[in-house]
Design a binder for this molecule. Structure first.
Ligand SMILES: [Zn+2]
Length: 274
């Protein structure tokens, strides 16, 4: 699948350097390292300055101190969705290709090929919980995205919830749930899917828009109580909501696909970043 937004993530990077002057106008900003969004008024540290009157400084993120801030005046939307794409492009060495769980490795496959996923973190509760984010930069063609646990001997029990599908497994004294933001067999979301042995398959078509698919995996020692807790913990809906495609993303996509791309790439080439 050709990623038509990859150039955008690269071209936008130019605006994270020597950008102090652009922040003299107050605007929404975002950091493509920690993925926080904030007002430019919160920026209080710049690097690469000769002195404090030098307007060529580079902003540091007020939350993580990394020089990875872009503002909306750049023409690129500082939304979570867009920042995740930039994160992929610039810090992708942190991407993962599998998650080891007690019942087996969990992997993603796009059109049958193993795929790295963008971001993964663990929350410490009683159980172990991992979230996986996959930025789908839609090309409006048919694709499949499969999440699968690499274990031939255990089969799960699928259950539909509110925009979440869960597959619960238990074996060898462990209970484990895979969950994914989807609504199989309804028209609520713009993609379909179904359960497969040891996983789930999402089906995208020409109507499926650019968005983040969000997965959760949770596990614990097997007990009636833990099965319920693990299922709740795996639910990725709160994380998913933070990455929803916004009006700013839509406007950007429209602009990018109608002339902005050529202009942006021209500026990028002039900037000697390539
Ligand atoms: Zn940051």
């Amino acid at each position: 699948m050709k990623n038509i937004y990859k150039d955008a993530y690269n071209a936008a990077h130019v605006f994270s350097m020597y950008n102090k002057k652009s922040f003299s106008i107050s605007q929404r900003c975002g950091c493509f390292y920690c993925l926080k969004t904030f007002s430019s008024d919160e920026i209080d540290e710049y690097v690469d300055e000769k002195d404090e009157n030098d307007e060529n400084g580079t902003a540091l993120c007020p939350y993580c101190d990394i020089d990875s801030v872009i503002g909306e005046a750049s023409g690129y939307p500082p939304t979570r969705l867009f920042l995740l794409g930039m994160y992929d492009s610039w810090f992708s060495m942190r991407g993962r290709e599998d998650v080891q769980t007690p019942l087996g490795k969990v992997r993603l496959f796009l059109d049958g090929r193993p795929e790295r996923f963008s971001y993964c973190f663990e929350e410490k509760q009683n159980n172990q919980t991992v979230r996986m984010l996959y930025l789908y930069d839609s090309d409006h063609q048919e694709h499949t995205l499969k999440i699968q646990i690499q274990n031939q001997t255990v089969t799960g029990h699928g259950e539909s919830g509110n925009d979440v599908e869960t597959l619960s497994l238990h074996d060898q004294g462990i209970c484990e749930t895979l969950a994914c933001t989807a609504s199989f067999g309804t028209e609520r979301l713009d993609y379909q899917g179904n359960y497969i042995p040891n996983g789930m398959k999402l089906l995208m078509d020409e109507k499926t828009e650019r968005q983040v698919f969000c997965f959760g995996i949770s596990w614990d020692e097997d007990s009636e109580r833990n099965r319920i807790l693990v299922k709740q913990a795996a639910d990725p809906i709160q994380t998913w909501k933070q990455y929803r495609r916004t009006d700013a993303d839509e406007q950007f996509e429209e602009k990018w696909n109608h002339g902005f791309r050529e202009k942006a790439l021209e500026e990028y080439r002039k900037s000697d970043r390539i």
